[in-house]
Design a protein around this ligand. Structure first.
Ligand code: ZN
Length: 500
């Protein structure tokens, strides 16, 4: 895959030369206010740029004061525009995980975050500023490695040829954890390379999340409360439980329409006091890193994003479940959506091959086969019972009654479970004047059945006899089952029950 190292977007000015930026999004709590205009909650919250303060850009960065669609580009956009202007339920103050406000930190101890201004930069050179004793925890003057924060997983890649296994946001600095010691002393230059495929995948998921959060807040009155980016799929938790499968299908269509409209996604650095139209307003000072999807969303965020919605690629909503009064929506974007669709198609093709049918016919064929299996099971039960009745008659006739007038019929199964013999046992006791003892070797199980006219309670009798040999079991007055510790105790049990 090729990713360009250049950026576009006039509304994404770089910060002033020489201004080091720090910031990020970590897990403390902030308060957001969802206003009557329908602005929702962005879980990535404030990406507040710490000292020294960076002036708000003077390029007249687009800062729309509302999120209504002004120029429908597609029929779905027109549909979206019509409903976006509809009133959204007013939501009072909510508390969600938001970004940390950074303290004033001395200039020289900060790591310059290259991904703040160019998410497409996947190689860089930097100076080693500090190393741990084992030289596997590395601090640089600047880095393109994204640290785990705001729900977005860290980048992978190499530093000086050594694998980077974790990237940690320490507010002012970024720590790179390596799989082996870095063979570069402090003060020397080292080359970093980001795993571009992983980075771009996370950019697709993350920007897809911005788009979905905006969509669910504006179209369905369901602001986002939390997100999770997983290795296989991502989830977004939105307020409320009113989204049914029709709404999800509709949302998926709208999300893809917004992707295909290929809107600019731009980054700007704005003074928190004057930044307008943010999805989550901030009552804190400082410089915000604002990510804008043209005419859809403006959110303060420290993550990495694609530069146009078209690069998000297809958005798949795979399902939803209710959780704690919210709805958790599973989604995939971009290459992930394609590979998931490919995997789904492969599964369907495999199923279709088993039926020697077209994939489209699989659901109907599965349903038919389930019905057929039920019919066959019913027929199998009927035939088994019929066979058991014949066998029972034959064994009953062959047995002779003891002095007590009862036939004692002994059945040994070399393999199988005692419950398999139950139809035969039931048929035997239905003939009257008999008791049945069946046993299996592996596992060592017993079944004891007594005809109603025998005067014997099978459950009580077997339970007592089993207890005497260290086994366990019980059942109804007619049929009981249990297990014995070994074959010797089975012989004792048989004698106790009158079977010699
Ligand atoms: Zn973001």
């Amino acid at each position: 895959m090729t990713v360009s190292a250049t950026r576009t977007g006039a509304a994404a000015p770089r910060p002033r030369a020489g201004a080091d930026l720090v910031g990020g999004v970590s897990g403390d709590l902030g308060t957001v206010c969802v206003g009557a205009a329908g602005f929702g909650v962005d879980v990535f919250g404030s990406a507040v740029v710490g000292a020294p303060a960076v002036a708000a850009p003077d390029t007249g960065a687009a800062a729309p004061s509302s999120v209504t669609l002004k120029k429908p580009l597609h029929p779905f956009d027109a549909m979206a525009a019509a409903t976006m202007s509809a009133p959204v339920p007013r939501v009072t103050r909510q508390r969600v995980g938001l970004g940390a406000i950074l303290p004033n930190i001395p200039h020289h101890t900060m790591t310059e975050r290259l991904y703040y201004t160019d998410a497409y930069q996947t190689s860089f050179s930097a100076t080693v500023q500090e190393l741990s004793d084992d030289a596997q925890r590395v601090y640089l003057d600047r880095t393109a490695f994204y640290p785990t924060s705001g729900g977005q997983p860290h980048d992978l890649g190499t530093l000086g040829g050594v694998s980077v296994i974790d990237v940690i946001d320490e507010d002012a600095r970024i720590a790179h954890l390596l799989s082996a010691p870095l063979a570069r002393p402090v003060g020397t230059t080292v080359d970093g390379r980001i795993d571009a495929v992983r980075r771009f995948d996370l950019m697709q998921q993350h920007t897809g999340q911005h788009l979905l959060s905006a969509l669910f807040a504006d179209q369905y009155g369901s602001p986002t409360v939390s997100v999770h980016f997983g290795a296989d799929y991502s989830t977004i938790d939105v307020q409320g439980t009113g989204l049914d499968s029709n709404a999800l299908q509709d949302a998926e269509t709208r999300a893809n329409a917004l992707v295909f409209s290929n809107r600019d996604v731009t980054v700007s650095f704005e003074d928190a006091a004057t930044a307008a139209g943010l999805r989550k307003s901030s009552d804190r000072g400082g410089t915000l890193r604002v990510v804008t999807i043209a005419e859809l969303d403006r959110s303060a965020c420290g993550g990495t994003h694609v530069r146009r919605t078209g690069e998000i690629g297809s958005v798949l909503l795979r399902g939803a479940e209710r959780t704690k009064g919210n709805t958790r929506i599973e989604f995939l974007a971009g290459y992930r959506a394609v590979s998931r669709a490919r995997a789904d198609a492969a599964l369907l093709s495999t199923a279709a091959r088993h039926f020697t049918a077209a994939p489209d016919d699989v659901p109907l064929l599965v349903e038919r086969q389930q019905q057929r299996v039920l019919e066959l099971e019913r027929e199998h039960r009927r035939l088994s019972n019929e066979l058991a009745r014949y066998e029972a008659r034959s064994q009953w006739d062959a047995a002779t009654a003891n002095a007590d007038g009862l036939r004692r019929i002994r059945i040994n199964l070399e393999q199988g479970a005692v419950r398999d013999i139950e139809p035969l046992a039931q048929s035997l006791i239905a003939l009257g004047a008999c008791v049945v003892l069946a046993s299996t070797r592996a596992p060592a199980g017993v079944l004891f059945a007594a005809a109603e006219d025998s005067g014997i309670d099978a459950g009580q009798t077997l339970r007592a006899a089993l207890a005497a040999v260290g086994g366990r079991g019980g059942g109804s007055p007619r049929v009981a089952q249990g297990s014995v510790p070994d074959m010797n105790s089975l012989a004792t049990l048989a004698t106790t029950l009158g079977f010699d």
